[in-house]
Design a protein around this ligand. Sequence first.
Ligand code: OAD
Length: 270
Amino acid sequence: MKFEIAKTCLYFHLDRNEIINHMNINPMIMDSIKSVLANSNNIVFLTGAGISEESGIPTFRGPAGLWKTYDPMKLASISGFYKNPKLVWEFYQDRQNLILNCQPNAGHFTIAKIEKLKNSNVLTQNIDGLHKKAGSKNIVELHGNILKAKCTNCNFVEDINKVIIKSLPPMCSLCDSVLRPDIVFFGEPLNQTTWKNAQDISTNCDIMFIIGTSLNVGPVNTLPFYAKENGAILVEVNPEPTVFNHIMDFSFRGKAGEILPTFLAYFNTK
Ligand code: OAD
């Protein structure tokens, strides 16, 4: 699908009220994005850690990012896991406990509301399950789910709250092998069915929102290119520029929980 708007990169370095001011100053620009939203029939939300930041879950990179304090090679890589599964489980148990007490924010809820208005899919790198908690149904969890455990040997997969943990690492109730968090570690491929699905969804969308991801991690950071090459509009929502800033059609500089509800208003006022 083609949109009849200029594909220029626009920057709104402002908070929600100031965006509205900006809209008053330049209604043509805001009409363009409004028209993109109103005419889109196949929407993708590609999300990363930043969308859950306002729910109290730290991001990975940036000044307050997890990888400033913790070594991802020790705690989030497949080699680190086999070297010291107990240490890795301790790290993920702390994160599980945090995540279990976190709630979706306005960003997650807006995406779930848009799914009720338009055909849309969430492709998320997040392992926190907050999109589902907010009510989204069409979700592809590209990096797995921290609230599940799976066996390193057999096909056993279970919700973490149903796993009997006597000591760390927990053991499989079927084959007595070591269990691991059901996530993708660095050094591992993505599940190939999941990845193919994400590629297809990205290729077929007419608009992709890229929200709260630094786009530093592959292969997920190639998905905007699948969309762009097939004529989709790219809309970035992030307080900071990302490494692929230059390919975006619109860049909204701000927090997901503040910017995304503004888009919902455009759908509703169509
Ligand atoms: P990063 O931590 O790399 O990036 C988070 C992005 O969110 C940054 O670009 C921030 O500017 C932005 N951000 C922060 N607060 C925000 C807010 N309130 N609203 C919108 N954006 C905000 O996280 P990811 O890109 O998701 O993988 O990281 C990708 C992968 O690297 C993760 O899935 C994880 C990590 O290591 C694994 O653990 C395998």
